[in-house]
Design a protein around this ligand. Structure first.
Ligand SMILES: [Zn+2]
Length: 130
């Protein structure tokens, strides 16, 4: 039987997240013109359209603003791991991101995010309660 892997298609810009995940740091793109932190990675700033986006270490804390439990998936990789807990996290440094959660958590839960490699060696955002 072939081992199933999570989906791993990423844009060229987003592939840089894999290198950050390998390094163990938590870096996101920061606009050098308006200082907006970007997530997901982009080619230009989502706030001012500036092209000067540099990868910088940013605060990895966030607040859980939505939580959901998946009981079904069409992806074989996820089917074997259900239920799967995901959440929407508002990072203290600005952006909002979809994150993997270890369990169903209450809204308002403080989180620490980590960029980690999943089974397909693609960066994902994993959150743990703090
Ligand atoms: Zn900007």
């Amino acid at each position: 039987m072939t081992q199933s892997l999570p989906p791993h298609a990423r844009s060229t810009t987003a592939l840089h997240l894999n290198e950050i995940a390998k390094s163990g740091s938590f870096s996101l793109q920061v606009c050098q013109e308006c200082h907006t932190v970007q997530y997901p990675p982009r080619d230009v700033c989502s706030h001012c359209l500036g092209a000067g986006l540099l990868w910088q270490t940013v605060d990895a804390t966030a607040t859980l603003v939505a939580c959901s439990t998946l009981h079904h998936s069409n992806e074989p990789y996820f089917q074997a791991k259900l239920p799967w807990y995901i959440g929407t996290a508002k990072l203290d440094c600005g952006p909002v991101a979809i994150v993997n959660l270890p369990a169903s958590l209450p809204l308002g839960q403080r989180l620490r995010l980590a960029l980690e490699l999943d089974a397909s060696q693609s960066a994902v955002l994993n959150a743990t309660p703090i």
